[in-house]
Write a protein that binds this ligand. Structure first.
Ligand SMILES: [Zn+2]
Ligand SMILES: [Zn+2]
Length: 261
């Protein structure tokens, strides 16, 4: 199994793409602007999209992806791309994105009987089996209903898990769940520097100070990658992170990185 980081920034600028991960060739985890760097044939190979929440920086690739691959997938007789998310997230897509105003309803195009997208609700705690790859839906604490994900690397890898927190503020339920999982990587957000702690709190994100409290609840020494930093804030955030006395191995997540599971 391989997870490629297509985007891991909290906003855009040249060289900065928002959140998207590609698991092997066919599973997209969040659909931020990083999706747009994939060639057309790679876009057409995506069969599943897992969404952490409804915010634009995580979903805006879906409408453009659907439009880009529709002809290729129809010509090849491929089934709809299955979009998996909380029911509230799927409702937000229906009401605010695929509403015929912001974008056409690609859950009924090219035909209602054989559309390019289909929507599938999950709940926190569900374990999705996508072609033998098991992905658990984890809790997150954000301004809208939100989740994280744990990808199980399988028996041959001792069931190590790649964990992505999604956008979240302090999240005690996550640490209770992770206490029972073996982790290969923890991808955790730190969207704001400590100077912007007030903004982090009101928008339910983490700053380095809060990250320290969160990581203190994770035992062992884990490979921790920091994600969702705003362009221009990387140095300030990572200074705060490096000042934490943490037993974990902490580095900045980079777009283009491959993480082997
Ligand atoms: Zn968000
Ligand atoms: Zn975000």
């Amino acid at each position: 199994m391989n997870i490629r980081v297509l985007g891991c920034s909290g906003a855009i600028a040249a060289g900065y793409k928002t959140t998207a991960f590609l698991l092997d060739d066919d599973v997209l985890i969040d659909a931020g602007t990083g999706v747009g760097d994939l060639p057309l044939d790679a876009l057409a190979a995506i069969d599943h999209i897992l969404l952490s929440h409804s915010h634009l920086d995580h979903v805006l690739g879906i409408p453009l992806l659907a439009d880009a691959v529709l002809r290729l997938r129809v010509a090849a007789g491929r089934p709809p791309i299955r979009v998996h998310a909380l029911p509230q997230t799927l409702d937000a897509l229906r009401q605010h994105l695929f509403n015929g105003i912001i974008w056409p309803d690609f859950t009924a195009l090219p035909t209602a009987a054989a559309p390019v997208l289909s929507l599938h609700p999950f709940q926190i705690g569900d374990r999705l089996d996508l072609g033998g790859r098991v992905i658990e839906v984890l809790p997150a604490v954000h301004t809208v209903p939100a989740v994280g994900f744990a990808v199980d690397a399988g028996a041959s890898a001792g069931h190590a898990h790649w964990v992505f927190t999604g956008d979240t503020g302090p999240n005690p339920a996550l640490w209770r769940r992770l206490a029972d999982l073996r982790l290969s990587h923890l991808v955790i957000e730190t969207a704001f520097s400590d100077d912007e702690a007030a903004l982090a709190h009101v928008s339910k994100h983490l700053c380095p100070h809060d990250l320290g409290h969160e990581l203190a609840q994770l035992s062992g020494s884990v490979d921790v990658r920091i994600t969702h930093i705003k362009p221009g804030e990387v140095e300030a955030v990572m200074q705060g992170v490096q000042a934490l006395s943490s037993p974990h191995r902490i580095s900045t997540l980079q777009a283009g990185q491959d993480m082997k599971l």
